[in-house]
Write a protein that binds this ligand. Structure first.
Ligand SMILES: [Zn+2]
Length: 180
């Protein structure tokens, strides 16, 4: 049961599922995973606060069991130029045909990418993480250039200096009086 009411917390999805069973039930799973669950991705993040939004649709396509997915997230990555954080929106989608063995794989039309089913339950987390890593931009940097970010930092430093300036100015004035 999905709702678009922003006041309600998004549904956290299970980490694993029986994909075959999901296909039989024509299930659509929509929800989120906390970023902190993705150990490989986490190494690239400056903050693991936040979520990955995921929509998984299990069903059939041209007679094969399929999984279609859409993923999106906003990640705090490190700018490759200035090393400061840059909020990067990442999104992607994928479609897999679920196969149990090589014989089933051989039957797939070329345009369908195979996903080999192993065990009773499959890890959604691993699958989502693999795909999200593939969606990361080749170059991670601030949009135009980093000067916006740097000049904002400089302004803050100058503002701090300015805040302490009145006293410094007053002291200088006093010193002047002493000299004269
Ligand atoms: Zn930058």
């Amino acid at each position: 049961m999905q709702t678009s009411d922003p006041a309600l917390k998004p549904v956290e999805l299970p980490e694993t599922a029986d994909f075959v069973r999901q296909v039989e039930m024509n299930r659509t799973l929509e929800g989120v995973y906390p970023l902190s669950k993705f150990t490989r991705l986490k190494e690239l993040l400056l903050s693991d606060e936040g979520f990955i939004s995921v929509k998984l649709e299990f069903g059939e396509c041209v007679g094969f069991a399929c999984l279609r997915a859409k993923i999106s997230a906003k990640l705090q990555l490190e700018c490759q130029r200035c090393l400061n954080p840059v909020a990067t929106a990442v999104s992607g989608g994928f479609k897999f045909a679920l196969v149990r063995n090589e014989e089933e794989y051989e039957l797939l039309p070329e345009e369908l990418e195979p996903y080999l089913l192993e065990g009773e339950e499959q890890s959604i987390i691993d699958l989502v993480e693999d795909e999200l890593l593939l969606c990361l931009p080749m170059v991670i940097s601030h949009d135009s250039d980093c000067s916006d970010f740097i000049s904002r930092q400089q302004k803050e430093i100058e503002a701090e200096k300015a805040a302490s300036h009145p006293f410094a100015a007053l002291q200088a004035l006093k010193d002047d009086f002493k000299v004269n």
